[in-house]
Structures are given as C-alpha cells and as structure tokens.
Design a protein. Structure first.
Length: 237
C-alpha cells in the first residue's frame, strides 16, 4: 500500500535528520557569484566536478571577462571548455545565455532575481538556452536562498531507493513531489540537497551501494528488497 502524503513527509524529514547527522550541515551562504553559479552548473551537466571546475578555470583564464566569452569564436570556446562533456553543445548555449543577459540587463549581473517571486525567477531562468529545472533551482537556492529544491542524479537516486518518490519518476519530474514533502525553509532544502548529494556520491552509489555504512536501511525500499535477509555472497577463491 502506498504511503499517505503525511507519512511520506515524516519519512522525508527522518531521512533529512539522519543524513545531516551523518554528513554534516552547512550554512546557506552564497559560495559563488550568481552568474558564475549559472555557467558552472551548465558546465557540470553530465560532468564530474573536477572537469567542471577545470573547464570553468580554462575559460576564464583564456578570455578574462564575460563579454569576451560572449564574443569568442565558438570553436575556440568549445576547445577551451572541452574537459566538460558535450562542450560542442554547451559553448553556444553559454554564449546565447550571456548575450541574452547583456541585452536584457545591460551587464553581467543576475542580482535582479533576488527580487522576483520564485515562480517568476524559475520561469526566467528556464527560458535560457541549455538551462533546465535543476540548474534554475540550484541558482535560486544557492545564491538567493529561495525555497526550491534542486534534484540532481544523486538526490534522485537516494530519494527513489528510499521510496520518497515513485520508482519510474525522472529527475525533472521529481522536483515538485520532493519539494512538497519538505518545509518551505531554504536552509532545510539546501541541507537536504547537500546531504543526499553526498550520500549518493559516497555511500548510495549507482552500482553496489555501501548499505553497511548507511543509516537508512529500515526506511529504504531498495535495501528491504535487495539486501534485507540476503546474506552477502562469498567471493570466489
């Protein structure tokens, strides 16, 4: 029988409590300028953080300003950000985003998003080329403390295995139901995101999750189906 919404919300907060206890809480303070956050998150799509960071640093070292990145030869920009996967698609999108921002705002500044209601901010960001719901939500939460929840592959995997969202729900579709389970508190939403992200990177990995190190087995649908009552197989000699 499917859990009632209030039961699932209680479970979401218990998952939050246990994973924050395990991985630690962070203060919600902007770590990067909003435009830096936006472009870095675009570079991070289907790319690990090391290559995202390398691509961003190479881009900035080569061109030195947002105007120069906007006006660069697209083939050169593609080569510079090549540590990031799908650079041939990301380079023109980055230039289109920068062109749009300069045309509308007159400068490389996203500070106006602080004054927009959440839905308007999401709508504006989602209208940018190459920007999806995860990226838009991340910029609004990380930079402006808006009550939204970015759902990346790690947050999605952990939430799905535990049973907070339906098994076949994709990451984009998971944003609304996960957000509905949590209080509209940016600090909680931020640390829920960060705790599940860390958990997915370190313990609840894609292949062969480390359930012996996880504090959630009694809550986890995946564990109950695949591991509970199943003794570990012995390795071949």
């Amino acid at each position: 029988m499917e859990a009632e919404p209030q039961d699932r919300a209680r479970e979401a907060m218990e998952v939050y409590r246990r994973l924050v206890e395990l991985h630690g809480a962070r203060p919600l303070v902007p770590r990067r300028d909003p435009l830096h956050e936006l472009i870095s998150t675009m570079l991070s799509q289907r790319t690990n953080w090391r290559n995202e960071d390398l691509a961003y640093r190479r881009m900035w070292e080569r061109f030195g300003s947002w105007q120069a990145i906007r006006d660069a030869d697209v083939a050169e920009l593609t080569e510079v950000i090549s540590p990031s996967s799908f650079a041939e698609a990301k380079a023109p999108n980055i230039q289109r985003v920068l062109t749009r921002i300069f045309e509308e705002r007159g400068e490389a500044d996203l500070g106006f998003l602080a004054d927009l209601p959440v839905e308007q901010g999401l709508e504006w960001l989602l209208s940018l080329p190459g920007v999806g719901l995860k990226t838009a939500s991340l910029v609004l939460l990380f930079c402006f403390a808006k009550p939204v929840l970015p759902v990346d592959t790690h947050v999605h995997r952990v939430s799905q295995r535990v049973g907070l969202i339906a098994p076949r729900l994709n990451p984009t579709a998971a944003h609304a139901p996960l957000l509905a389970l949590l209080p509209a508190d940016p600090y909680v939403l931020y640390n829920f995101h960060m705790a599940l992200l860390r958990h997915g990177q370190k313990i609840c990995v894609f292949r062969d999750p480390h359930c012996e190190r996880c504090p959630l087995p009694d809550l986890c649908d995946w564990y109950q189906t695949h591991r509970a009552g199943h003794p570990p197989q012995e390795e071949n000699a």
